[in-house]
Ligand binder design. Structure first.
Ligand code: NAP
Length: 338
């Protein structure tokens, strides 16, 4: 469990004012302090005002495009990567999760919130555990408390599991092996208590590249284009999930009344990164001789689970949605179709 009361870190908020973040565990005090009201108004008629954090990232960018096209009025946030005209129909707004109260994001009510922003690179998170905790855990808590009247979908990860088993269900106990995964789990633990929140645990994501991130396949494709070999793990298994399926599943979470507050969201097929890379190269006509099989151990990276494949039957059974296999997802990706 996350040791809230032991948090020692301080951050700068507003005009050089240094505040212990922990002071704002009491959101009522935060509201009194924050000058940018009005705050979330439960019962408002604005039923399709959607806030997406991390719109400059891979998933957030796709979700922003998808939901703008579905009639939602979308506000998307960025931190270090300002999107220019790349997201038509989306109002962009700066939000730094290290200084969350500096953002104009609080000035509006949102009927729905998708929280996708996070520090996402496990090797960087490992070197900066305090910073990662502030961004991935404490800021998530603040956002949830700040929008109590909104349906709140939090994006988590399959990496909360240790990967010693496979086909993880929602009822399986997490055992995060690194700082990134631990902070994602701590964030989840705050959220599962809230009546308005749903945690969506993603598998490895793939889809057309976004302006500031292409996900795993974007990295593979870029390396091949540069003429660099691509080391791919033969011993790390996931259930890669296509962004179009993710968008539809999250839409269901936002608009219906799901029975549970935790869902796994992985594709219909389990594959190693190596197998996934081969399928990608075949579908896109890329030079497969650039792909080099390797193992996690030889790469010397921070610990990750070997098989974090997800069983997403809770979601598919309840929603009636299908989550596609790799060939289908890659074909949709090639056509740029959600
Ligand atoms: N990609 C995957 O395969 C995968 C798998 C499982 C779960 N997930 C989860 O899915 C979510 C999205 O992942 P992604 O792959 O789209 O990540 P990404 O491409 O790395 O994007 C991360 C986003 O978070 C924002 N961000 C980072 N630090 C921030 C800060 N201090 N303040 C405000 N915003 C900050 C970034 O903004 P700037 O770039 O503007 O700084 C960016 O918009 C994350 O929660 C991740 O844990 C991803």
């Amino acid at each position: 469990m996350y040791p809230w009361r032991d948090a020692k870190t301080t951050i700068a908020i507003g005009e050089n004012r240094i505040v212990r973040f922990a002071e704002f565990k009491d959101i009522a005090a935060f509201r009194r302090w924050c000058p940018w009201g009005p705050w979330g108004r439960p019962g408002s008629n604005h039923m399709s005002e959607l806030l997406i954090t991390g719109a400059s990232g891979f998933l957030g960018w796709h979700l922003s495009r998808y939901f703008a096209g579905r009639g939602f009025r979308v506000t998307g946030t960025y931190s270090s990567h300002q999107l220019a005209a790349a997201l038509p129909g989306v109002e962009l707004c700066h939000l730094d999760l290290l200084h969350p109260t500096d953002s104009p994001v609080w000035s509006r009510h949102y009927s729905h919130v998708i929280h996708a922003a996070a520090m996402t690179r496990p090797d960087e998170c490992e070197k900066q555990p305090s910073l990662t905790t502030l961004v991935n855990v404490e800021a998530t808590h603040l956002l949830l408390q700040g929008f109590p009247g909104s349906r709140f979908v939090h994006i988590s990860t399959d990496l909360v599991f240790n990967g010693l088993a496979r086909d993880y269900k929602e009822s399986d106990p997490p055992d995060p092996p690194n700082v990134y995964a631990r902070t994602k789990l701590w964030a989840e633990q705050q959220l599962v208590q809230a009546k308005n929140a749903i945690v969506a645990r993603m598998a490895l994501l793939y889809g057309p590249p976004a302006p500031f991130g292409g996900g795993f396949l974007g990295w593979v494709g870029a390396r091949i284009e540069q003429g660099s070999s691509v080391p791919l793990f033969t011993d790390q298994y996931r259930t890669p999930v296509y962004v179009g399926d993710v968008a539809r599943a999250i839409e269901w979470m936002l608009e219906s009344s799901p029975r549970f507050n935790l869902y796994h969201l992985g594709g219909a097929e389990r594959a190693s990164r190596w197998e996934f890379g081969l399928k990608f190269a075949a579908e896109f006509g890329l030079d497969r001789t650039m792909l080099v099989p390797t193992t996690m151990e030889s790469a010397g990276l921070v610990a990750r689970g070997k098989d974090c494949s997800l069983d997403s039957s809770r979601l598919t059974t309840e929603s009636g949605l299908a989550l596609c296999k790799l060939d289908d997802g890659l074909a949709r990706m090639k056509e740029g179709r959600y």
